[in-house]
Ligand binder design. Structure first.
Ligand code: HEC
Length: 138
């Protein structure tokens, strides 16, 4: 019985210190509004991941729902993705996986994604803010 209590106490202490470490690494709490600003105006995620109407304007009511890439594969590239998947709500990625993607360019399968998805080298705080914003979308 003593051992069980000790094990629980140890797990609790360990998980607490991991949580504290994470908070310090990201400089505190993720900022959803700042994440929106980065995703829409700085890293321009919205430009590829949002569908467009007949005149090529973004359909804001469907922001980040996924969209066909409106340009053909450049002849000199071998790999090219024709569709930018839905990232509203982050259905395929955990927050940590998205942070890795946006800080290193490595996707959840352990390799870079196909062009034209850019290789981002954001700071951990910027990436965490974008993750918090995308997660908050329905
Ligand atoms: C120039 C267009 C473009 C921009 C800008 C862009 N993406 Fe992408 N993104 C893509 C394409 C195309 C894919 C699909 C890549 C593939 O299938 O290998 C993709 C894939 C992804 C994936 C993987 C989704 C999945 O379900 O597998 C995530 C997550 C993602 N992008 C997030 C972002 C975020 C966050 C930003 C902004 C910081 C961003 N993207 C900016 C084009 C873009």
């Amino acid at each position: 019985m003593k051992y069980v209590v000790a094990a629980i106490a140890l797990c609790f202490t360990l998980s607490l210190s991991t949580a504290q470490q994470k908070a310090t690494e990201s400089g505190g709490k993720a900022n959803t509004e700042r994440g929106r600003y980065i995703a829409e105006n700085v890293a321009l995620c919205i430009q590829c991941h949002t569908p467009r109407d007949g005149s090529g304007e973004l359909i804001f009511s469907r922001a980040f729902e996924g969209a066909a890439i409106p340009v053909a594969k450049p002849a000199q590239l071998r790999v090219w993705a024709e569709f930018a998947p839905r990232i509203a709500g982050l259905p395929q990625y955990s927050d940590e996986q998205l942070i890795t993607l946006l800080t290193t360019g490595i996707g959840r399968e352990g390799k870079p994604l196909r062009s034209p998805m850019p290789t981002f080298k954001l700071s951990r705080q910027d990436a965490a803010d974008v993750a918090a914003y995308l997660r908050s979308l329905k």
